[in-house]
Design a protein around this ligand. Structure first.
Ligand code: ADP
Ligand code: MG
Length: 146
């Protein structure tokens, strides 16, 4: 997946962008959605999930896991907003999810960099107006793969 910058002018356009980005994602990928509250992270995630053709969300029942939505065995959406201690995040068993052959979308994961895999896709969302957003896809991983 190439690094690029997109601009959207409505929630619908961001969903549509998510759908088209879904087609480019590797089947196994960790995607950090980075941006302020209201930037459109969840909206973009909805589009990606839609594009991946995942069925309706099925929340995993364990209380700790309410932050993790399993849309299908190959599509996850995680929101770490309500957690502030790395120790709390460490109890979620994210590594096990990262190891799966799945697309894992994460909001607020950048707050816990040491718990995120090095090989990841980062998508940064910026509010540029009431209904306009700049969305930057950055596929680069810190070290080249062998
Ligand atoms: P986040 O998860 O980053 O906190 P959400 O996706 O939950 O953000 O919310 C984004 C809000 O911004 C929604 O209320 C949405 O209707 C609004 N919005 C306005 N313009 C856009 C746009 N271009 N893309 C995405 N959301 C937009
Ligand atoms: Mg959100």
């Amino acid at each position: 997946m190439k690094s690029r910058i997109f601009h959207t002018r409505s929630e619908e356009e961001t969903v549509a962008l998510g759908e088209s980005l879904a087609a480019e994602l590797p089947a196994k990928a960790v995607v950090l959605l980075i941006g302020n509250l209201g930037a459109g992270k969840t909206t973009l995630a909805k589009g990606i999930v839609k594009g991946l053709g995942a069925p309706q969300p099925e929340e995993v029942s364990s209380p700790t896991f309410t932050l993790i939505h399993e849309y299908s065995p190959s599509v996850y959406h995680i929101d770490l907003y309500r957690l502030d201690q790395p120790a709390q995040v460490a109890t979620l068993g994210l590594d096990e999810i990262f190891d799966r052959h799945a697309v894992v979308l994460i909001e607020w994961g950048e707050r816990f960099p040491e718990l995120m895999p090095e090989n990841r896709i980062e998508i940064r969302l910026r509010t540029t107006g009431e209904d306009s957003r700049e969305i930057e896809v950055n596929a680069s991983s810190p070290s080249p793969s062998p």
